[in-house]
Design a protein around this ligand. Structure first.
Ligand SMILES: [Zn+2]
Length: 141
Protein backbone atom coordinates (compact mmCIF):
# COMPACT_ATOMS: atom_id res chain seq x y z
CA UNK A 1 0.00 0.00 0.00
CA UNK A 2 1.16 3.50 -0.82
CA UNK A 3 -0.10 6.31 1.39
CA UNK A 4 -0.86 9.62 -0.28
CA UNK A 5 -2.78 12.76 0.54
CA UNK A 6 -5.59 13.88 -1.76
CA UNK A 7 -4.57 17.29 -3.13
CA UNK A 8 -8.25 18.24 -3.45
CA UNK A 9 -9.62 17.51 0.04
CA UNK A 10 -6.50 16.69 2.10
CA UNK A 11 -7.68 13.20 3.05
CA UNK A 12 -5.05 10.45 3.43
CA UNK A 13 -5.61 7.53 1.05
CA UNK A 14 -3.98 4.11 0.84
CA UNK A 15 -3.51 2.84 -2.69
CA UNK A 16 -2.28 -0.68 -3.51
CA UNK A 17 1.07 -0.27 -5.32
CA UNK A 18 -0.16 -2.30 -8.30
CA UNK A 19 -3.11 0.10 -8.73
CA UNK A 20 -1.02 3.27 -9.04
CA UNK A 21 -1.28 3.08 -12.84
CA UNK A 22 -5.01 2.35 -12.78
CA UNK A 23 -6.23 5.91 -12.06
CA UNK A 24 -6.74 5.64 -8.29
CA UNK A 25 -9.25 8.11 -6.84
CA UNK A 26 -9.70 9.66 -3.43
CA UNK A 27 -12.08 7.61 -1.29
CA UNK A 28 -13.56 10.78 0.19
CA UNK A 29 -14.02 13.23 -2.70
CA UNK A 30 -13.33 11.15 -5.83
CA UNK A 31 -10.48 13.36 -7.13
CA UNK A 32 -7.69 11.63 -9.06
CA UNK A 33 -4.71 10.85 -6.81
CA UNK A 34 -2.23 10.10 -9.60
CA UNK A 35 -2.99 12.46 -12.46
CA UNK A 36 0.40 13.27 -13.98
CA UNK A 37 -0.27 17.00 -13.69
CA UNK A 38 1.48 19.70 -11.70
CA UNK A 39 -1.06 20.92 -9.19
CA UNK A 40 -1.01 24.08 -7.07
CA UNK A 41 -0.99 23.36 -3.34
CA UNK A 42 -1.59 25.55 -0.33
CA UNK A 43 0.80 25.50 2.63
CA UNK A 44 -1.42 23.25 4.76
CA UNK A 45 -1.92 20.52 2.14
CA UNK A 46 1.78 20.67 1.28
CA UNK A 47 2.78 20.12 4.93
CA UNK A 48 0.40 17.19 5.23
CA UNK A 49 1.57 15.61 1.96
CA UNK A 50 5.24 15.90 3.03
CA UNK A 51 4.45 14.15 6.33
CA UNK A 52 2.22 11.48 4.83
CA UNK A 53 3.07 10.67 1.21
CA UNK A 54 4.96 7.49 0.46
CA UNK A 55 5.35 8.47 -3.16
CA UNK A 56 8.11 11.07 -3.70
CA UNK A 57 6.87 14.65 -3.90
CA UNK A 58 8.64 17.29 -6.00
CA UNK A 59 7.70 20.88 -5.11
CA UNK A 60 8.26 23.88 -7.37
CA UNK A 61 8.41 27.06 -5.28
CA UNK A 62 7.53 29.85 -7.70
CA UNK A 63 5.85 33.25 -8.05
CA UNK A 64 3.89 34.91 -10.87
CA UNK A 65 6.35 37.84 -11.14
CA UNK A 66 9.34 35.53 -11.69
CA UNK A 67 10.32 35.20 -15.37
CA UNK A 68 12.43 32.03 -15.03
CA UNK A 69 9.55 30.46 -13.05
CA UNK A 70 7.13 31.12 -15.91
CA UNK A 71 9.69 29.76 -18.38
CA UNK A 72 10.02 26.55 -16.39
CA UNK A 73 6.25 26.03 -15.90
CA UNK A 74 5.64 24.07 -19.15
CA UNK A 75 8.78 21.99 -18.51
CA UNK A 76 7.57 21.19 -15.01
CA UNK A 77 4.17 20.14 -16.40
CA UNK A 78 5.87 17.92 -18.96
CA UNK A 79 7.97 16.29 -16.23
CA UNK A 80 4.81 15.75 -14.14
CA UNK A 81 3.37 13.73 -17.02
CA UNK A 82 6.54 11.67 -17.53
CA UNK A 83 6.83 10.93 -13.81
CA UNK A 84 3.18 9.90 -13.41
CA UNK A 85 3.02 6.95 -10.99
CA UNK A 86 6.62 7.51 -9.81
CA UNK A 87 6.45 10.94 -8.17
CA UNK A 88 3.86 13.68 -7.73
CA UNK A 89 4.83 17.17 -8.82
CA UNK A 90 3.24 20.17 -7.15
CA UNK A 91 3.62 23.94 -7.21
CA UNK A 92 3.56 26.39 -4.34
CA UNK A 93 2.99 30.06 -5.13
CA UNK A 94 5.37 31.79 -2.70
CA UNK A 95 3.53 35.09 -3.10
CA UNK A 96 0.28 33.51 -1.84
CA UNK A 97 2.02 31.25 0.70
CA UNK A 98 5.09 33.15 1.95
CA UNK A 99 5.08 31.16 5.21
CA UNK A 100 5.62 27.93 3.24
CA UNK A 101 8.62 29.45 1.44
CA UNK A 102 9.99 30.78 4.74
CA UNK A 103 9.65 27.47 6.56
CA UNK A 104 11.74 25.74 3.89
CA UNK A 105 14.32 28.54 3.76
CA UNK A 106 13.66 29.39 0.10
CA UNK A 107 16.04 32.21 -0.85
CA UNK A 108 15.57 32.34 -4.62
CA UNK A 109 12.97 31.07 -7.04
CA UNK A 110 12.36 28.87 -8.83
CA UNK A 111 13.57 26.31 -6.29
CA UNK A 112 12.71 22.63 -6.52
CA UNK A 113 12.64 20.50 -3.39
CA UNK A 114 12.11 16.75 -3.50
CA UNK A 115 10.61 15.08 -0.45
CA UNK A 116 10.68 11.35 0.19
CA UNK A 117 9.54 9.50 3.33
CA UNK A 118 8.82 12.73 5.17
CA UNK A 119 12.24 14.25 4.60
CA UNK A 120 13.90 16.62 2.18
CA UNK A 121 15.76 14.42 -0.31
CA UNK A 122 17.08 17.02 -2.73
CA UNK A 123 17.06 20.71 -3.55
CA UNK A 124 17.87 22.57 -6.73
CA UNK A 125 17.56 26.26 -7.61
CA UNK A 126 17.12 27.79 -11.06
CA UNK A 127 14.93 26.94 -14.05
CA UNK A 128 15.46 23.45 -15.46
CA UNK A 129 14.31 21.68 -18.62
CA UNK A 130 11.93 18.73 -18.21
CA UNK A 131 14.67 16.08 -18.63
CA UNK A 132 16.68 17.59 -15.78
CA UNK A 133 13.60 17.85 -13.54
CA UNK A 134 12.99 14.14 -14.19
CA UNK A 135 16.63 13.31 -13.37
CA UNK A 136 16.38 15.39 -10.18
CA UNK A 137 13.23 13.52 -9.11
CA UNK A 138 14.84 10.15 -9.88
CA UNK A 139 17.92 10.98 -7.78
CA UNK A 140 15.75 11.95 -4.83
CA UNK A 141 13.42 8.95 -4.83
ZN1 LIG B 1 -10.13 13.88 -1.81
Amino acid sequence: MVKMVCFECGQTNRVPAERLDAGPKCGTCGAALVEGKARELDAETLAKAIRTDEMPLVVDFWAPWCGPCRMMAPEFSKAAGSLKGKARLVKVNTEMHPQAAASFGIRGIPTLIAFAKGREAGRQSGALPAAQIEAFAARAS
